[in-house]
Design a binder for this molecule. Sequence first.
Ligand SMILES: Nc1ncnc2c1ncn2[C@@H]1O[C@H](COP(=O)(O)OP(=O)(O)OP(=O)(O)O)[C@@H](O)[C@H]1O
Ligand SMILES: [Mg+2]
Length: 459
Amino acid sequence: MNAYIPRPLLYLSRQHDGTLCRHLAQQGWKPHFASSVSDLEGMDLDSQPMAGLLDLRAGVAPADLQAVEPWLALRNIGWIGLTDGASDLTPVARNMLGLYFIDYCTAPCDDAHVDYALGHAVGMATLRSSTAQAFPHAPRPDGMIGNCEAMQALFRSIAKVSRWDMPVLISGESGTGKELAARAIHQASARASGPFIAVNCAAIPPTLLMSELFGYERGAFTGAAKRKPGRIELAHGGTLFLDEIGDMPLESQTSLLRFLETGHIERLGSTESIAVDVRVVSATHVDLQAAVAAERFRGDLYHRLCVLRVKQPPLRERERDIVLLAEHILNQIRKHSPERIRGFSPAALRSLHAHDWPGNVRELINRIRNAAAMCEDGVIRPCDLELHSPAETERPPTLAKVRHAAELQALKEALQRHHERLIDVAEELGISRVTLFRMMREHKLQVRRGELDVVEQRA
Ligand SMILES: Nc1ncnc2c1ncn2[C@@H]1O[C@H](COP(=O)(O)OP(=O)(O)OP(=O)(O)O)[C@@H](O)[C@H]1O
Ligand SMILES: [Mg+2]
């Protein structure tokens, strides 16, 4: 370790451990101590790779863990947890430890293990930051981004339905990526070398939809100067994507059903029957079953289209992908930007992560586009995204909460120091034994078989 160039280290703990900090300083670290997430927010940190040490021992409440999650998700910080043993953690803390941390050290910590873990953490943070720059968007070949469980489940569904040459219905809210999924299914299917023809049933006026789908012969109607093949015919050998199928007028639904049943079409103005081999993938943001019940959509067509089903998750179920998507979107914007855009500030990334996004990815795209145009010095900050900085949204804890946490801490430490000898604990804390019992009851602390046990902690 180089003792002359101190390396930054975030140290988040309810209690400052002087001995640990001295040891870290001797090992060439410069610890930035924070006793709460608000303290972290107030720090002026840049995006250089660094290690983070999070003390999970002092009974971190689930609410605090939630507040720290955007920090754990930052790629430039490699986190190490300090625990009393992973099995002593709450389920939420254990889950976070598995998801975000490089390693954890169990108290009493062996200095060599802490040194090794922190060195490893900063190494991993450097690696992640450099790969993020080298492959900033690393999308799949179909251009879809997503690491979260909901997207991984979607990718598995896409892979499965692609193998079957059967109709697929993709459902999902507006702007969730239904068209991307349809293209992905086509690309992964045996028809990938054939055409992918998309028809937006909501965007084409009902009077034109039939001629668009089925084509027409010369003279079929006024203005039909020459023969034009329809989109179904153009999709021969490939995939026909019927977007917003729920908006298809009933008249076109009947003709489409006939085609799906026979595999043949007739151009408008002709009686010639043409065999067409297509796989139909359709998409809808409306509840088609409800539309069938309301007789706005033909039930027999619904069953023809909805053989295989794919459900597109809304953005609010893809929380862990927001930063990934944001980086990807910014990279797309950079390609056409008249100015150099350096990137998001760490606070902007945290505010993106912490924001309660609805379902539509386009909202995220538009916010980033606007921020890219409005930002100064090429750095996108929370105000450019018109999002609150996480520090602004976080409310300081109430006095009651602070007092409760301090009492709990003092009780636990005194009990541990005196090996649960209650007379000594009461004396040290300057309270009667009756008061000590009452406080232990309030804090749900019990001494069982000589082991201090926190039965349940209040947030
Ligand atoms: N997983 C993803 N990875 C990358 N980009 C995505 C992803 N999901 C959505 N997008 C982007 O979001 C935008 C909306 O996607 P798309 O048009 O496929 O959605 P949609 O569900 O068909 O929307 P609509 O209901 O409005 O037709 C596109 O710009 C798309 O590139
Ligand atoms: Mg669409």
